[in-house]
Write a protein that binds this ligand. Structure first.
Ligand code: TGC
Ligand code: FAD
Length: 393
């Protein structure tokens, strides 16, 4: 169970009133699952640099994999606010748990659902929704991170199959994956999506070790050495960089909600600790400097919640622009990492201990501020949207 009562989780502007009964039910059931399944083991998993055993099947069982994918394909057919609330609750547990769910949902199931053939949807989506199969998403390469259009991974055409060569780096769940959605250039230099299965010869997934961040998540490479990919594994409905970037819109949206969860966990812990911890004869919560921090945390969390709620309604109406999503991802991740760092200080020496979540969240958020587009890249996307001038290159 968390160190603080669940009644202290903030809803300062009564945003719950904007949610439906179904939203609240989903949010509260994922919240309870995080309390009972994730929190008791997350510190040990992160300390040991190991993923939580059986996590994907558990996420499948609670409906956290592909929540907005139609039920016909094993999803839950939920709306975007529900998806966001699920991500928020998972990341209150740990960014690794949200990462597992958001990669599977937004970066693996979404492209198969949106750009796949009916056969591909029926073959892969139900297994991914249940967590029986684990997926990964390969866009980033050793030499091309922020600039995926320069990717080198490519394939050539041979009768009934393609031959895929190249490598991807920093790939969440690569060492565990049963399949990877891989973005590679076709012989004309167009970016296409391919579904690569674990058993395909020439495909390997070495693990990236020694991370100080997202230690409860497996990261690795995807290496393709003349991998024979059947032609029916090409995603037929998209060509060009907008394919992978559309998936990122969905994942970045989920992150905007998710990091509110990490911030809430730090905030609630800091409130509780500062009320209990006494120095100079009174609770440290009674000192103005500590109250300033708590007041600012609550202000920033409330602003982020309102931003996400509105973005969710726009997304439900299919009106959220990629630049609006970038603004939310950038703002909310910075908000969360600042709260994690400042709240850690409020616990003094205890703040560095694994019994409290701040160091773990702060370290995790160093990845979150980098992946799915860095903090700087999202600023440039906003700058481009304001001015019409591309400052990337
Ligand atoms: P640019 O010329 O602007 O665009 C190329 C084509 O793509 C379209 N487009 C988008 N479409 C949908 N959604 C978006 N967000 C889009 N952004 C652009 C655009 O309209 C164009 O289409 P068309 O039809 O005209 O061809 O592309 P660019 O090469 O200048 O790059 C733009 C830039 C820098 C913003 C983009 O490449 C970018 O976002 N870079 C950041 C890379 C990134 O975010 N990588 C993430 C990798 S995945 C990951 O980190 C997973 S973490 C997993 C976990 O949670 O554990
Ligand atoms: P670079 O692109 O080399 O950037 C380095 C620095 O330069 C950054 O600060 C950046 O903001 C800055 N910069 C770059 N270009 C510009 C510019 N034009 N103007 C100003 N500044 C610029 N990728 C996947 O495809 N799938 C995954 O599942 C995945 N999971 C990940 C998990 C983890 C734990 C991590 C850390 C990363 C993951 N990534 C994944 C990769 C992630 O998306 C990239 O790390 C990210 O896009 C940045 O790329 P890079 O690391 O190559 O940094």
């Amino acid at each position: 169970m968390p160190y603080y009562p669940s009644t202290s989780i903030p809803d300062y502007y009564l945003i719950d009133d904007l949610l439906t009964k179904e939203h609240l039910l989903i949010r509260d059931s994922v919240r309870s699952w995080v309390d009972s399944f994730v929190l008791p083991q997350i510190d040990q998993a992160a300390q040991d640099h190991k993923d939580i055993p059986g996590l994907m099947k558990e996420l499948g069982a609670i409906g956290a994999l592909g929540p907005y994918i139609p039920q016909k394909y094993g999803g839950m057919g939920l709306d975007q606010i529900s998806y966001g609330l699920i991500m928020q609750e998972l990341e209150r547990g740990d960014s690794a748990v949200r990462s597992a769910a958001s990669v599977q949902s937004s970066l693996v199931m979404f492209p198969i659902y949106k750009f796949g053939s009916e056969d591909q949807k029926l073959k892969y989506l139900p297994k991914l929704a249940s967590g029986e199969w684990i997926g990964s998403f390969g866009l980033t390469e050793p030499n091309h991170g922020s600039d995926p259009s320069s990717m080198e991974t490519h394939f050539t055409e041979h009768e009934d199959h393609y031959l895929l060569n190249g490598s991807k780096m920093w790939i969440t769940n690569a060492p565990l994956c049963d399949l990877a959605v891989v973005w590679a250039k076709d012989p004309e230099g167009k970016v296409r999506g391919l579904i690569v299965e674990r058993a395909m010869e020439g495909f390997s997934t070495p693990e990236t070790l020694n991370k100080w961040s997202l230690r409860a998540s497996k990261t690795g490479e995807l290496v393709f050495d003349n991998v024979k990919v059947p032609k029916e594994n090409l995603l037929p409905e998209v060509s060009g960089l907008k394919g992978p970037l559309s998936c990122l819109n969905s994942a970045r949206y989920g992150i905007s909600w998710g990091v509110i969860g990490a911030a809430i966990d730090c905030y609630c812990t800091a409130v509780q600790y500062s009320l209990e911890r006494k120095q100079f004869g009174k609770p440290i919560a009674g000192f103005q400097l500590q109250q300033k921090k708590l007041a600012e945390f609550l202000t920033e969390i409330t602003k982020a919640q309102l931003l996400c709620w509105r973005l969710g309604t726009l997304k439900n109406d299919d009106k959220a622009s990629p630049a609006q999503i970038s603004l939310a991802k950038r703002n909310n991740v910075k908000m969360a990492i600042d709260i994690a760092r400042e709240s850690r200080q409020m616990l003094g020496g205890m703040g560095i201990m694994g019994e409290f979540p701040m160091m773990r969240h702060a370290a995790n958020l160093e990845s979150v501020i980098t992946y799915e587009g860095t903090h700087d890249i999202h600023l440039l996307i906003t700058g481009h949207d304001i001015t019409g001038i591309n400052a990337f290159s």
